[in-house]
Design a protein around this ligand. Sequence first.
Ligand SMILES: NC(=O)c1ccc[n+]([C@@H]2O[C@H](COP(=O)([O-])OP(=O)(O)OC[C@H]3O[C@@H](n4cnc5c(N)ncnc54)[C@H](O)[C@@H]3O)[C@@H](O)[C@H]2O)c1
Length: 172
Amino acid sequence: MRPVKSHDVCVVGAGYVGLVTGACLAEIGHRVVCVDSDPRKLKALKAGKVPIHEPGLDEVFRRVVKSGKLAFAGSVVEGLKFKGRRAEVVFIAVGTPPRPDGSADLSAVEAVAETVAKHMAGYTVIVDKSTVPVETGDWVSKTIQRFNKAGRLTTSCRTPSSSARARRSRTS
Ligand SMILES: NC(=O)c1ccc[n+]([C@@H]2O[C@H](COP(=O)([O-])OP(=O)(O)OC[C@H]3O[C@@H](n4cnc5c(N)ncnc54)[C@H](O)[C@@H]3O)[C@@H](O)[C@H]2O)c1
């Protein structure tokens, strides 16, 4: 299967959500770099090891790494311009762990949004896959706008697949 047009994609956070997203996008032909700040995870990925268990992922992972469609980087800045190629689409898939009071810790999402805003070099689509409270999508766009001093054009959006899945599981 081939996409209509292949794009340069940066996925920030190579956990369950980000690594699966990145591998699947690479499988359909996009050039993907997955960024993770965890040095041990990064080392494993670069050594060709899948550090999580997800059915079917190993096979896809091996194929796309071998074909050069999926690569790995340790920083968002590196991921935004990986081997001279500018990321046109950035997925934010970092964790949002619960704080002691039960609210989600959004600091990693905010840090990534700020870095992307400061370092993107042209029109960029920013897709938030991390779970954030209602209306935080706006907050991510506002963070991007606040730090986008160069005035780059951006589009920010969210993928509500978890709510779709929640709806499906409620109706099944
Ligand atoms: N949209 C969806 O369909 C959907 C579905 C399930 C979960 N989620 C959400 O996606 C997010 C990620 O979930 P997960 O299960 O993949 O988490 P995870 O903990 O498995 O992976 C998160 C990864 O992000 C990395 N990370 C953290 N801060 C970083 C930074 N500043 N720069 C680079 N990497 C960083 C961590 O090292 C980790 O590998 C959570 O917010 C989760 O709730 C979304």
